[in-house]
Design a protein around this ligand. Structure first.
Ligand code: ZN
Ligand code: ZN
Length: 413
């Protein structure tokens, strides 16, 4: 089969590799019909996540048709249409039983690596380095799904793939980001980063009753989508903009009730602090660039809630924890507890409350995937979200995969 493989930092290639096989009774083999590149795949592309090995198959956002199931999988049969959550959970451990699915104790065979860094390991992830289990990802024609009696969400409607695919990660991840922000009716919420997770966090904040959402980014195509979802936008790259002051002005002088950091590890800033992070990260004196986290801690109102769906990997420098303490803020973070969110969010899509496909800018064949990684990393050609059909080599060749201006779409039909 064909698969999108990580070959080294900023090196992605499509290779012919062996088809996956059932290894355990609880496995299923899925024929992938649609997969997507995630913003967090760019951390892998940029070489920021350790323990990647040359030839690793990428991809944790995918869906498809059940091809084969192990004898322990009774809930699925060949031909079922399924979306697969990006976290892998056993369904039986203390954490799965406690609805903390992304903290599953049993799915990461390389837990010892994570334990040396973090004390304990979270759940395994598809296609996301050997720290997270070393499972092959879904940017391929077939994928082995372990614990398939627990994870896959059956799609029993005729909605097209593009409307349900993002249940695999970015919609639940943005939604959990908003839930963790403890939003009360009428609250003012600020969201850093208007990539896919940020856009779903904005939409979810309104679904949860926010009165006003303020979104921060610098790319015009993303800011335009954020406005489509109803946010007031701030372009932080404009020289005369102070984010802290702007947020204070937009929140009656007290600061936002909730702040959501949808940026994480690779924050960008023109400021001296931004440069400081870049230098320290390059010299490996700091693993993450926590610029957004610092700014959010500064901006948030006293007693507010800071939610962090953006991914962090390691040790942070110069985070003003005293400010967080002094203002008595609440913080919530972590990987998404996918398994508890899939069904309720599918119901929202089926009811027509939200059309997740609105943010797709590019639909490509598998052989175009390496180019699309490069393009998205450089933020070229208005990329907002890339979807791959692994069974076609090339799609939309005349526009290099771009479908049409995303600004013609709406999130809430
Ligand atoms: Zn993702
Ligand atoms: Zn578990």
């Amino acid at each position: 089969m064909k698969a999108v493989c990580w070959m080294g930092k900023e090196s992605i290639e499509v290779h012919d590799v062996a088809d996956p096989q059932i290894i355990n009774p609880r496995d299923a083999i899925i024929k992938v019909t649609r997969t997507a590149i995630c913003g967090s795949d760019l951390h892998l592309y940029g070489g920021l996540i350790p323990t990647m090995e040359s030839g690793d198959i990428l991809g944790h956002e995918f869906m498809g048709i059940v091809e084969e199931v192990g004898r322990g999988v009774k809930n699925l049969k060949r031909g079922d249409r399924v979306v697969i959550p990006f976290t892998i959970a056993c369904g039986n451990c203390l954490f799965c039983k406690g609805d903390l699915w992304s903290l599953c104790d049993n799915t990461n065979p390389n837990a010892h690596i994570a334990e040396t860094m973090y004390g304990y390991s979270g759940s395994a992830l598809f296609g996301y380095s050997h720290i997270y289990g070393g499972y092959a990802g879904g940017q391929a024609q077939y994928v082995r799904v372990p614990f398939a009696d627990v994870g896959p969400l059956k799609i029993e409607n005729d909605l097209p793939d593009d409307k349900v695919l993002f249940l695999s990660d970015i919609f639940p991840t943005g939604y959990q980001g908003a839930v963790n922000a403890n939003i009360k009716p009428g609250d003012t919420v600020s969201v850093w980063g208007c990539g896919p997770v940020g856009l779903f966090a904005i939409a979810s904040a309104y679904m949860l009753g926010a009165g006003k959402v303020i979104a921060i980014d610098r790319f015009p195509e993303r800011l335009a989508l954020a406005r489509k979802v109803g946010a007031i936008t701030i372009d932080y790259s404009k020289d005369d903009v102070s984010i802290i002051e702007a947020l204070r002005d937009l929140s009656g002088g007290v600061g936002p009730d909730s702040c959501i950091d949808c940026v994480g590890i690779e924050a960008h800033s023109h400021s001296a602090a931004g440069l400081y992070d870049k230098v320290k990260q390059t010299l490996k004196l700091e693993t993450d660039r926590p610029f957004v986290l610092r700014q959010a801690i500064q901006a948030i109102r006293k007693g507010g809630t800071l939610s962090i769906p953006g991914v962090y990997g390691g040790v942070l420098d110069k985070v003003n924890f005293g400010a967080a303490f002094g203002k008595g803020i609440h913080m919530a973070m972590g990987q998404t507890h996918m398994h508890k969110l899939l069904k309720p969010l599918l119901a929202h899509v089926e009811a027509g409350d939200i059309d997740p496909s609105f943010l797709i800018s590019h639909i490509v064949g598998i052989d175009q995937a390496p180019d699309m990684y490069a393009k998205w990393q450089k933020k070229e050609d208005g990329v907002t979200k890339i979807v791959i059909d692994p069974w076609q080599s090339t799609i939309n060749p005349t526009t290099d995969g771009r479908i049409f201006p995303t600004t013609t779409r709406t999130l809430v039909p």
